[in-house]
Design a protein around this ligand. Structure first.
Ligand code: ZN
Length: 141
């Protein structure tokens, strides 16, 4: 099973190729940035290995407590490593936690929040792509 750093190096190499392709195709830099931030978070923080005591979960520091229910719910390398819905479940999980925290702090939900924009979509695609690369590398080794 590839380690945390192997996953990171693999993802960064693929992302460098994506950036080179985007530069060649003159993609909007802001959109590439949104994709890159999602990709970074998907590579380093919101990885499929949050289902076990991994380096990824340790990077959350004290906040890793929020992933205890996630670890209890998902057996290591089972549905969390599903290439289709694994990342989507993690995104929904972290979004729910953030919404609950926001509600607890401010006793209301964010008003006028833009729930859809091309940047949010690219950000999510970045996370999903990084997670898919993780699952692919796990499948190879
Ligand atoms: Zn894994």
């Amino acid at each position: 099973m590839p380690g945390y750093n192997t996953h990171r190096i693999f993802n960064y190499v693929i992302f460098a190729a994506i950036v080179a392709l985007a530069w060649y195709e003159s993609i909007n830099p802001k959109q590439l940035m949104a994709l890159g931030i999602g990709f970074y978070i998907g590579t380093n923080f919101l990885t499929p290995d949050l289902d076990t005591e991994s380096t990824a979960i340790k990077r959350w520091g004290r906040l890793k407590i929020f992933f205890l229910p996630y670890k209890w719910l998902f057996t290591h390398r089972q549905s969390s490593h599903n290439i289709v819905y694994g990342a989507v479940v993690r995104i929904l999980y972290i979004s729910l936690i953030m919404l609950v925290l926001y509600y607890v702090l401010f006793k209301s939900f964010p008003s006028g929040t833009v729930f859809f924009s091309v940047y949010i979509l690219l950000f999510l695609i970045g996370i999903i792509t990084a997670n898919a690369l993780h699952v692919l590398l796990d499948a190879i080794f």
